[in-house]
Design a protein. Structure first.
Lengths: 313, 397
């Protein structure tokens, strides 16, 4: 279990709390998703969990070990895959793996076995002698992941591991992450791709402005939300019309007014009269309704309800 | 860990052609150019000449006077007829010639006749080009003064009633000064060449240029996230930073060997003098190591302070040039005014240069360079510790 209690953190010279009273419990041998927009505090939280930053207030316990007393022991449990391509582009894939294995104290047969395992796991055998600067985005992500796995970590931190890659590579990485859970590893996964979090994570937390807004399993989170009505419309709604609607009705627009698909979310289907009024109002604006759907909210809706903004804002 | 870090650093440096160019090719070119360009400033040879006109007002070139100046082998004598006098001044103004000597016709007798004495009007006028430096001006004045004194001493002796005045004057004027040089090359006391002065100067300059690749590689590691990744591992950052300096220390020694070889073998082929390594290889080795420690220490401090590769290149490059300018690398210390000579002591390049010159010029050994080596080791150690402290402070956000 990874436990974070009343954790606060602010950077030197700043009054603003980047992490504000964070409380989390993360089950081991599971995939935990950390969801939030840029600047929400995800990377700072991961930096504290990986021992890069020392907790200023509050407590962090990782599999029974405490910061800061057991920092060295905790670091030995971790593998970290940063968002950037954190390897040396002038070195080949093999040289990168040799360096990161050697620098962590792996040597001899064990070192070669771990390198070979990581090459196999990330399917990099064919490019082991190629300079990594020549890799495609997908290969770079796989090498980034392979380096994170070299020390056979108990806990793997993945920070936006699928940014900028093609769908096939994304699918491959997500499948491999699923395999890691099956091997008994704990994966902490940050992303702003909600469909990925929905696909691979057992538990998740939504974080914004340094605060955990909600946490639990996806079904827990969905259960806490009021059923919604999603109304598809044939054209973008102007700012003025949307302002008028949102003043009268409990309605949000999940995408910016110029973006497609155009849709509105009526947040509480129990207020069905209001919903009918809303559809009439739309007709008055010359906007035609293309589709109406009722049911459970998805992760994007939950995020929108909690933060009143899109994740990609 | 050390082996892995060393291998990585060597691979990164030797695959980066820009770093290689900065560290090896640029200083090699500097050494060749500066040694050949400044050859005349230090040369024993008689080809350090200054352009000079000799003319007189009434049309007759003073052949004897001209020949004697030529014999001094310091100047290129261009004899010019009186009809070209105006154009001669123009050429002087345009710096086509460095000095223009005018000997009025009625003073010809004064110069040629050792018994003619007239202290009212100077017998020789010298006009200097605006770009004539003070040292060369004095050289021209001294040469003419010497010629005049030689001409007049027999007359003065005759006036005093001395017999054999001409013979005594000749012996007197030729035996007044004997020049000696402490510097020895192959057992002979000789004047040190430009190579002896320039190779150590530009060698030190090139060794300090490791500041740029050290800082740019560390900045790149910060920007790529590799440094953060390493910090999440149980890798001691102090040891990592220390290990990072070792390849550059080795590179420094390779630079030293290559630059010395250039001085010993390439420059003579190109027409320059041969570099003599002195007589203390242990002293040379200690100076090489001390200079390397100072340069990599400084490089690491710059590396942890700067945030971008642009800052690293500018701070490393400009800082190096300033240290070289202050430290007597670009302008030899001995031609600086006294205040500037004192100021050179703030630059570690000056300490290094003094140490190398002790070995190359002054015949010094291990003991004579101990103070310079200690200062360089101390400087490097302080820089290294500061770098580690600053790095850890920055990591804590």
């Amino acid at each position: 279990m990874i436990t974070v209690s009343a954790l606060n953190y602010r950077y030197r010279g700043s009054d603003k709390l980047v992490l504000d009273n964070i409380n989390l419990e993360i089950e081991t041998q599971s995939i935990f998703g950390l969801l939030g927009p840029n600047g929400a505090g995800k990377t700072t939280l991961i930096s504290v969990l990986t021992g890069l930053l020392s907790p200023q207030e509050g407590a962090v316990s990782v599999m029974g070990y405490q910061f800061p007393a057991d920092t060295k022991r905790i670091k030995s449990l971790n593998g970290y895959v940063p968002q950037g391509y954190a390897f040396y582009p002038n070195l080949t894939a093999g040289e990168n793996l040799q360096f990161f294995a050697g620098i962590q104290g792996l040597c001899g047969k064990k070192k070669q076995e771990r390198i070979q395992y990581c090459l196999d796991f990330c399917q990099l055998n064919d490019v082991v002698k190629q300079p990594s600067s020549q890799f495609s985005g997908g290969l770079k992500r796989r090498l980034n992941l392979a380096i994170g796995l070299l020390s056979d970590p108990e806990i793997l931190y993945l920070d936006e591991p699928t940014v900028g890659i093609d769908p096939q590579s994304r699918t491959f990485i997500l499948e491999q992450i699923g395999q890691l859970r099956d091997q008994g590893k704990t994966v902490i996964y940050t992303s702003h791709y909600m469909e990925e979090i929905e696909q691979v994570c057992d538990h998740l937390a939504i974080i914004d402005n340094g605060k955990v807004l909600i946490s639990g399993t996806l079904s827990d989170l969905q259960g806490q939300q009021t059923p919604q009505c999603r109304i598809g419309i044939d054209q973008p709604l102007s700012k003025q019309h949307f302002a008028e609607l949102s003043e009268r009705y409990s309605v949000v627009m999940p995408h910016a007014e110029t973006q497609l698909p155009c849709e509105l979310i009526f947040k509480d289907i129990h207020q069905y009269r209001d919903c009918l009024d809303l559809t009439q109002k739309l007709e008055e604006y010359g906007v035609h309704i293309c589709s109406v759907s009722f049911g459970k909210t998805n992760l994007e809706d939950i995020f929108l309800n909690l933060t009143h903004r899109e994740l990609r804002d | 860990m050390i082996q892995a870090a060393l291998k990585k650093e060597f691979s990164l440096v030797f695959r980066d052609l820009h770093s290689i160019a900065v560290l090896f090719i640029m200083p090699a070119i500097f050494i060749v150019i500066m040694s050949l360009a400044m050859q005349d400033q230090f040369s024993n040879k008689d080809d350090a000449k200054v352009g000079l006109f000799v003319m007189e007002d009434d049309g007759a070139i003073l052949q004897g006077f001209s020949e004697e100046l030529k014999n001094l082998k310091q100047f290129e004598i261009i004899e010019i007829s009186p009809t070209e006098k105006d154009s001669a001044f123009e050429r002087l103004n345009n710096d086509e010639v460095k000095a223009f000597i005018v000997i009025p016709g009625h003073k010809q007798t004064y110069i040629d006749d050792d018994e003619s004495f007239d202290f009212e009007d100077p017998p020789v006028e010298i006009w200097f080009s605006p770009q004539m430096d003070k040292r060369s001006s004095l050289l021209v004045e001294s040469a003419i003064l010497e010629r005049l004194v030689k001409a007049k001493i027999p007359g003065l002796l005759k006036l005093k009633g001395v017999d054999n005045a001409d013979k005594i004057a000749e012996e007197f004027t030729s035996g007044l000064i004997k020049s000696n040089y402490i510097y020895q090359q192959k057992g002979e006391a000789v004047r040190p060449s430009a190579v002896q002065q320039n190779v150590p100067a530009w060698l030190i300059f090139s060794m300090f240029f490791v500041v740029i690749p050290i800082s740019t590689t560390l900045v790149t590691e910060k920007q790529q996230g590799t440094l953060i990744r390493l910090r999440t591992m149980n890798v001691s950052m102090s040891i990592f930073l220390f290990v990072k300096t070792l390849p550059y220390l080795v590179i420094n020694q390779v630079q030293l060997i290559i630059m010395l070889l250039i001085g010993m073998y390439l420059i003579p082929i190109l027409g320059g003098d041969t570099l003599d390594l002195g007589r203390s290889f242990s002293g040379l080795a200690l100076m090489a190591l001390a200079t390397g420690v100072a340069s990599v220490g400084l490089g690491l401090l710059v590396a942890v302070i700067v945030k971008t590769t642009e800052q690293a290149t500018v701070l490393g490059g400009v800082g190096n040039i300033l240290l070289a300018a202050i430290g007597g690398v670009m302008v030899p210390k001995f031609i600086m005014p006294e205040t500037m000579q004192t100021l050179t002591n703030i630059s570690p390049m000056a300490w290094a240069l003094e140490g190398f010159l002790d070995i190359f010029l002054r015949g010094g050994g291990l003991l004579s360079i101990l103070s310079e080596a200690a200062m360089l080791f101390g400087f490097g150690g302080v820089m290294l510790m500061l770098a580690i402290v600053v790095f850890h402070q920055k990591c804590e956000g």
